[in-house]
Design a protein around this ligand. Sequence first.
Ligand code: SAM
Ligand code: DTB
Ligand code: SF4
Length: 351
Amino acid sequence: MVEAVIRHDWARDEVVALFALPFNDLLHRAHAVHRAHHDPNAVQVSTLLSIKTGGCPEDCAYCPQAARYDTGVQAQKLMSVDAVVARAQAAKDAGASRFCMGAAWRSPKDRDIAKVAEIVGAVKALGLETCATLGMLTGGQAATLKGAGLDYYNHNLDTAPEFYGEIIHTRQYQDRLDTLEHVREAGLKTCCGGIVGMGESRGQRAGLLQTLANLPEHPQSVPINQLVQVEGTPLAGTGALDPFEFVRTIAVARILMPASMVRLSAGRQQMDDAVQALCFFAGANSIFYGEKLLTTGNPDVEHDRALLRRLDLHPLDVVEEAGTVHADILETGHAAGAAGCGQGCGCGAAA
Ligand code: SAM
Ligand code: DTB
Ligand code: SF4
């Protein structure tokens, strides 16, 4: 299996040409790249928590947390360290290896960062990988988060540069690129992707992926979200994207960024199992696991376990603890050592 060359000089025409390949040819090519760089039967499992919800001053047209849209989301202030740690422990017990914390800020204040740094340190101490998405960061804030033990910072480009102005007016594309630069310079891993199904053209979907692939480093994690339409946001009622076009987007992301984790992100609850299976074949190898994303729904964990089992997919990098053989969460519904096991799986947890 020949590994694909890592490139940062993709032309728009080349990316559009990939989208235009016959579906089977595109999936064949994407899967070959996937197989050369990753275990094709492993899926990285992250759990997401909104640690500060709603009341955001930005106008992102897709977002239920923007204060200016009447979406029914109740604003909540930053959660306490203990409350977040309890949720992170539960996520770990359920089999997640990464814990992603989201806050509805435009750009956090330094005192917010100090509090989040404390939270990150406590979550990291549980043995989980940590990820945060808090809005725009200065270089100093990124360095503080790195020092606290943060592994990944999520900051999405969201869409192609030329479509961005139709979706967000309260900050510029360049602001996003600047934050990504601060994140990279602090030595954090980058989680950066976008949303499809917002009414963009295929050329604009290609433009998003081209921009991601031509960053100075490929983001280590690339979330591809399908728009979750929320009543009250300007994008509610946008025409649905053909599911096969979503699969194509995953496949092109895999070809352009061969070594990155490509996350089948928001929108899975609205997606057929068969479409998700095609996404895994096309190169998706990461999901959000748990009944909620930030404010909207995600598939039931039982449903996801069954789906992964039906597709013979196993969770990647469940944290190994010394002397513990981890139970298969697909069989038992929890990682080894989880409180209150009692399912006779031999993991040693107390019932
Ligand atoms: N406020 C921070 C920011 O914007 O960077 C962090 C949280 S924000 C909710 C994180 C990402 O979630 C957004 O960049 C967007 O890509 C995604 N997102 C938000 N609402 C969504 C929706 N309705 N459907 C799909 N993705 C969504
Ligand atoms: C990402 O790209 N998608 C996640 C995560 N990064 C933070 C967020 C999806 C949010 C979907 C809408 C909601 O639940 O509020
Ligand atoms: Fe605010 Fe982030 Fe939502 Fe935009 S995506 S409105 S910045 S929470």
